[in-house]
Design a protein around this ligand. Structure first.
Ligand SMILES: [Zn+2]
Length: 344
């Protein structure tokens, strides 16, 4: 791509079409950096260039739609299945860069890589409407990127995620997610991985199959509301077998998870009869934790009632304690009452 960014196409079919013209490279911006928060003991990322990113363009100007003659986009092809490319506005970048000197505060280059994952050439739809095979391909893409970024490029922690809905700040409607590859394991991911190394927390949850919390199950995967959910209607998916990440799933497990993924999103969308804003993260083993980690796909919805969003307010921000209005057992019962195949 212009500016040396990498673009990768993944698909069931071989892609042979020649590229059309691509968007020109961004002018170089102030590189991002990290500052250490001395009270919380964790890094904060500063990336000023991101303020200039494309904000809610209409469909005709969507940069994630396929390119056409006279229409430039991020993906210079008339058609594709799943496309992955380096973000034009990255919060993490390759190599080292000059750091600002701040009295008494440790800084670090924001070393890493930010990728955009476009789920489909179709501007409309999302994980709840894509066919199972495309969802399975997406899970395979997450696995392929995890392998490339953690095992081959040597990043310590790789996080695939999807932010969905204007309510939580999504700037492009086209169905897409992102992948952040960090050169260190962020504190929260480290705590969760260490907890699993100390005791098989997730494996036990999956094996327990608590009827009050389980949403769906098939041969190789389950979906459920965790008994410690922090968001109303929080939904987790996991393979039954302890698999450290999507790169290690069998094809039967991938398909089982793909089916549950579509059903989970349709349940959330059906709950209040409109698309649920959510944050989906794929939790895979940080480097060094592959032998004890059980992967999960975690969906944190932000609508707690038809007209009410969940905000992180005083107690969450000031004390780090989440207040949840809907007990997990009640949330599971309400999700189970939604027919996940009842909507187109
Ligand atoms: Zn589009």
């Amino acid at each position: 791509m212009p500016g040396g960014r990498e673009l990768l196409l993944y698909g069931r079919g071989l892609h042979e079409a020649p590229p059309l013209a691509a968007l020109p490279a961004e002018p170089p911006a102030t590189p991002p950096h990290l500052r250490w928060h001395p009270l919380l003991g964790e890094w904060v990322s500063y990336a000023g260039a991101r303020q200039g990113r494309t904000f809610l363009p209409d469909a005709a100007a969507c940069p994630l739609c396929p390119a056409a003659e006279g229409r430039l986009g991020e993906i210079p092809f008339a058609d594709f299945e799943i496309a992955v490319f380096e973000n034009r506005f990255p919060a993490l970048v390759a190599g080292t860069n000059e750091l600002p000197a701040i009295e008494g505060i440790a800084t670090s280059p924001a070393a890493g890589r930010c990728e955009v994952v476009v789920f489909s050439a179709d501007h409309a739809g999302g994980l709840g409407t894509l066919p199972v095979d495309r969802l399975a391909l997406l899970i395979e893409v997450w696995g392929a990127r995890l392998k490339a970024l953690r095992d081959e490029a040597g990043f310590a922690f790789v996080l695939p995620f999807e932010n969905r809905g204007e309510e939580i700040g999504v700037t492009l409607h086209h169905p897409h997610g992102q992948i952040y590859a960090f050169s260190f394991v962020p504190q929260r991911a480290l705590r969760a991985a260490q907890a699993q190394a100390d005791a098989p927390v997730v494996t036990r949850l999956v094996e327990a199959g608590a009827p009050a919390l389980q949403l769906d199950e098939n041969g190789a995967a389950v979906s459920f509301v965790p008994p410690f959910a922090m968001y109303p209607f929080e939904t987790w998916l996991a393979p039954r077998r302890r698999v450290p990440g999507p790169d290690a799933l069998s094809s039967a497990e991938t398909e089982a998870l793909a089916r549950l993924l579509g059903r989970s999103v349709r349940r959330l969308d059906g709950l209040f009869g409109k698309p649920m804003p959510y944050i989906l993260t794929v939790q895979a083993a940080p480097r060094g934790f592959e032998d004890s980690f059980h992967m999960t796909i975690e969906i944190r919805p932000f609508r707690r009632d038809a007209g009410k969003l969940k905000y992180l307010a005083g107690v969450e921000q000031g004390a780090g304690i989440f207040l949840v209005d809907i007990p997990p057992e009640q949330a599971a019962a309400r999700l189970k009452a939604v027919d996940p195949e009842g909507r187109a």
